[in-house]
Design a protein around this ligand. Structure first.
Ligand SMILES: Nc1nc2c(ncn2[C@@H]2O[C@H](COP(=O)(O)OP(=O)(O)OP(=O)(O)O)[C@@H](O)[C@H]2O)c(=O)[nH]1
Ligand SMILES: [Mg+2]
Length: 286
């Protein structure tokens, strides 16, 4: 049996979580166009006949701005300790630059093999992809370099085979039926946050935190925390239209996660400056 952990590293928004979901063949992590969507470490587990690949989805590398982003960066740093390999993700749609080189310096110094994925190659011209691959190849002494599209699942199987090749001999870390380490409560909270991210913009998405307070036979109750009254007003919407829309988009996925139909009760509350307070960030489980 081969089994091990592969950290997924890269700048914010390059498609790390989309790629983890594509490799895991299940949505284990939420995704959005907003940078800093992923705030904590999330395992995505993939099983073969005689191997188990555990992908470690992570927040993007960034300079911390407050207690939340500081915590996220600690998560990234701490997660590199026990991994067997790193999947370094860059975006073929953006210039491969200083941010990517910053991540690369860190991951190439870990002493484990690194595979580079040049993501988002869908609908790009061949010449452009080739040029980006050439740039990505300069990032460090990689084991393999794969052009992929996480979105349309192009190159995913080849990438997975190469990652599995790097795994050491060892027992499976998770039972075969388990796709992630997140609890149902945590997954439900993330799905609700995802829908809220998709429907808001500017500073609002960054200020949202979701806490699930109850999952019962009939009801899922969750609180959406924001930092200001005006953000609360946006999230509630005209006569509650926004929070209702978040609820109706989240409900099908929430029901799949809990395994039965539910009434999804969402409440919006202000928790002033929660992102700047290390204790609040910790209490919220980040
Ligand atoms: N066109 C295209 N878009 C993609 C692809 N992969 C991801 N995206 C988009 O890129 C955006 C960011 O994707 P995420 O998976 O959330 O990126 P991330 O790296 O996990 O971002 P953070 O968690 O914020 O660090 C989303 O809008 C995705 O739909 C791809 O292969 N092609
Ligand atoms: Mg992510």
């Amino acid at each position: 049996m081969k089994s091990g952990l592969v950290a997924v590293a890269g700048r914010p928004n390059v498609g790390k979580s989309t790629l983890v979901n594509a490799l895991a063949r299940e949505k284990v992590a939420i995704t959005s166009t907003v940078p800093n969507t992923t705030r904590r470490r999330i395992f995505g587990v993939v099983n073969g006949d005689d191997w188990q690949l555990t992908l470690v989805d992570l927040p993007g590398f960034q300079r911390p701005m407050d207690a939340l982003t500081e915590r996220m960066q600690e998560t990234v740093d701490g997660s590199f300790e026990d991994v067997d390999a790193v999947l370094l993700v860059v975006s073929a749609r953006d210039r491969i630059g200083a941010g990517d080189r910053f991540v690369a310096r860190r991951v190439f110094s870990l002493g484990v093999p690194v595979i580079i994925a040049v993501n988002k190659i869908d609908r790009l011209k061949h010449g452009h992809v080739a040029a980006q691959m050439k740039e990505a190849a300069k990032l460090g002494d990689f084991h393999a370099l794969h052009p992929v599209s996480a979105k349309v699942r192009d190159g995913i199987d080849e990438l997975r085979d190469d990652l599995v090749f790097l795994l050491p001999e060892g027992p499976a870390l998770f039972p075969r039926e388990q796709r992630t380490d997140l609890t149902v409560e945590e997954r439900v909270a993330e799905v609700i946050r995802e829908k809220a991210l998709h429907l808001t913009r500017d500073e609002v998405p960054h200020a949202i935190m979701v806490v699930v307070e109850e999952i019962s036979e009939k009801v899922v109750r969750a609180v959406l925390l924001v930092e200001t009254e005006s953000q609360k007003g946006i999230l509630v919407g005209k006569k509650g239209a926004m929070v209702r829309e978040i609820g109706s988009r989240a409900r099908p996925e929430v029901e799949r996660l809990v395994g039965h139909p539910v009434f999804l009760e969402l409440v919006v509350r202000v928790r002033s400056k929660w992102r700047r307070d290390p204790r609040q960030v910790e209490r919220l489980g980040l």
